[in-house]
Design a protein around this ligand. Structure first.
Ligand SMILES: Nc1ncnc2c1ncn2[C@@H]1O[C@H](COP(=O)(O)OP(=O)(O)OP(=O)(O)O)[C@@H](O)[C@H]1O
Length: 294
């Protein structure tokens, strides 16, 4: 079953581009990554499916229901962490969270305390006195306190230190194991790579790829770094599939996708001092291939 279904969703801001004909589905139980550079349209897509803004055309369904018509009903089952969080600064953390919990018809106090403990958040502090990272933690607890069926996170890790990011990812994996579906938007591929099953890549307001993370990684991409005893130029490696060719001193490096034997035969024809062949991370794959396949 699809928890999120997005059909030709378009949003323009006056004449400015927002998103154009966005289509993708998120299946029940998935951790789905939504990746793209700044300004590509992630927040616009998320805000539109949450009915915080209205689409110019197209539609979206959440839990099989139209996201505008059933917005209040749907909202009860969603935990949303916006990319920027704003609060009434004068409130204490616990008071704010209890206020948020009052929108749901269940007692969330126990869960608030549990989540605050996991995220190392002091519930007695005033919001005003919190650092940016601690304000983000308030947003995380706020988004998860009612055990939502669908968790939508818009750039959730900005402001969190690496240890907290780790705890937060563990927490998300736990929620997912309990049955929650997660839509995770980010411009950082490595965190999507760590957490997600599938990913939609958005660029300039358009979806350019929806793919399993495992397929993206298994696509036979290799990063070559070769130390040579004499200078090698790009023309020497005149093979299809070479990208991002670079020579610095006696080291040449490139990304390659294709039959690895083609490169090895070329390398056999030169005198080398050292050779490294590694797996590029998704960031590199995305930068040098998918952006160009647009
Ligand atoms: N309220 C608005 N008025 C006019 N243009 C807007 C508005 N909000 C977003 N845009 C434009 O829509 C496009 C998509 O922006 P959006 O914020 O959705 O991108 P994003 O992928 O979430 O980026 P970021 O990671 O920087 O938040 C951008 O060109 C942006 O300038």
């Amino acid at each position: 079953m699809n928890v999120i279904e997005i059909n030709n969703l378009t949003k323009t801001y006056g004449k400015a581009r927002g998103i154009s004909n966005v289509n993708f589905n998120v299946e029940e139980g998935e951790i789905f990554g939504f990746i793209g550079p700044n300004g590509s349209g992630k927040s616009t897509t998320i805000r539109t499916i949450l009915s915080l803004i209205f689409p110019t055309s197209g539609s979206a369904k959440i839990f099989g229901k139209d996201c505008i018509e059933f917005a209040p009903e749907i909202a009860k089952e969603i935990g949303y962490l916006p990319s920027e969080v704003f609060y009434y600064d004068n409130m204490k953390v616990m008071d704010l969270l209890k206020y948020s919990a009052s929108f749901y018809k269940k007692d969330c106090t126990k869960r608030i305390i549990e989540l605050a403990e996991i995220m190392d958040l002091d519930l007695t502090k005033k919001i005003d006195d919190l650092s940016l990272g601690n304000k983000k933690k308030v947003g995380i607890v706020q988004g998860l306190l009612h055990d939502p069926k669908l968790i939508i996170l818009d750039e959730p890790t900005s402001g969190l230190d690496p240890l907290m990011q780790h705890k937060f990812f563990d927490l998300l994996e736990e929620e997912n194991k309990k049955g929650a579906t997660i839509l995770f938007s980010s411009h950082i591929l490595s965190e999507v790579q760590r957490l997600c099953d599938r990913v939609a890549i958005i660029k300039d307001g358009k979806i350019i790829k929806v793919e399993k993370i495992s397929t993206l990684k298994d696509n036979n991409f290799k990063r070559f770094k070769i130390q040579t005893t004499s200078t090698v130029n790009k023309d020497f490696f005149n093979i299809d599939g070479i990208n991002d060719f670079d020579v610095k001193g006696d080291i040449c490096s490139f990304l390659f996708r294709g039959n690895i034997n083609d490169v090895m035969k070329k390398i056999a024809g030169i005198d080398i001092a050292n050779l490294w062949i590694g797996e590029p991370d998704l960031e590199e794959i995305f930068m040098h291939y998918y952006e160009k396949e647009d």
